[in-house]
Design a protein around this ligand. Structure first.
Ligand SMILES: CC(C)(COP(=O)(O)OP(=O)(O)OC[C@H]1O[C@@H](n2cnc3c(N)ncnc32)[C@H](O)[C@@H]1OP(=O)(O)O)[C@@H](O)C(=O)NCCC(=O)NCCS
Length: 164
C-alpha cells in the first residue's frame, strides 16, 4: 500500500508538515536538533512513504554525528501520519533505511527514543554515549551494523560538519 522513495527537495515541506503534526510544538528546540544545524542530512537514507494516491504517510531522516572521532548515524526524526500509525509504516521506514545504511557501509546507528519500540529493530541502551543536555540518558540507544561497532565507543555526541 505504501511505496518508499528517497526524499527529494520537492518533498521537504510536506515532510516538515508531517513532523509538525506528529511531534509536540517546539520540536526544533530539542537538543538533538543542534546536532543537525548546518550539517547536510544523509540523503540516501532519508525516505518518504506515500500511498497509491501519492499522499504522504510517513518519513524518516538521518544525520551523521561523531563520538570521540567515530562516525555514526543519528536516526530521526521518524514519524507516521496519525491516520496510519500502527500499520507497520514506521517499521518499514526503519527496516528499509537500516538495510540501506548497512549496504552503503555505515557501521553504527544511534537515536534518542522509546526503548520498547526500538528494541524490536535491535537497538539497546548505549551507556557512555552522551547527547547534548537535556536528554534522558536511558533513551540513548544504539545498533551495530557491523560486529562490535559500538565496542569501547564513549563520549559526547558531536556534529559531523562537512570538511571545509
Ligand atoms: C513511533 C512511530 C514512528 C511508529 O510508527 P508506526 O507505523 O505507528 O509503528 P508500527 O506500525 O511500525 O509499529 C506499531 C507497534 O509499535 C508500538 N509503538 C508505537 N510507538 C511506540 C512507542 N513510542 N513506544 C512503544 N511502542 C510503540 C505500537 O504499540 C505497536 O505495537 P504492536 O506491534 O505490539 O502492536 C509513530 O507512531 C509516530 O509517528 N509517532 C509519533 C512521532 C514519534 O513519536 N516518533 C518517534 C520519535 S522517537
Amino acid at each position: 500500500m505504501f511505496e518508499l522513495r528517497e526524499e527529494t527537495p520537492d518533498d521537504w515541506w510536506e515532510v516538515e508538515a508531517l513532523y509538525d503534526l506528529c511531534f509536540a510544538p517546539g520540536r526544533e528546540a530539542l537538543s538533538s536538533y543542534r546536532l543537525r544545524d548546518e550539517v547536510p542530512k544523509v540523503a540516501a537514507l532519508c525516505l518518504v512513504a506515500r500511498d497509491a494516491s501519492g499522499v504522504i504517510g510517513g518519513a524518516i531522516r538521518y544525520w551523521p554525528v561523531r563520538i570521540s572521532g567515530h562516525r555514526a548515524l543519528l536516526l530521526g526524526p521518524v514519524a507516521v501520519h496519525p491516520t496510519h500509525q500502527g500499520e507497520g509504516v514506521g517499521a518499514l521506514l526503519i527496516a528499509q533505511s537500516l538495510n540501506k545504511a548497512q549496504d552503503i557501509g555505515w557501521d553504527r546507528v544511534m537515536l534518542v527514543g522509546d526503548p520498547p519500540y526500538y528494541s524490536r529493530f535491535g537497538f539497546s541502551h548505549l551507556p557512555g554515549v552522551v547527547m547534548p543536555p537535556p536528554t534522558n540518558p536511558d533513551r540513548v540507544l544504539g545498533l551495530e551494523l557491523s560486529d562490535g561497532a559500538w565496542d569501547g565507543i564513549t563520549g559526547a555526541v558531536e556534529r559531523d560538519l562537512p570538511a571545509g
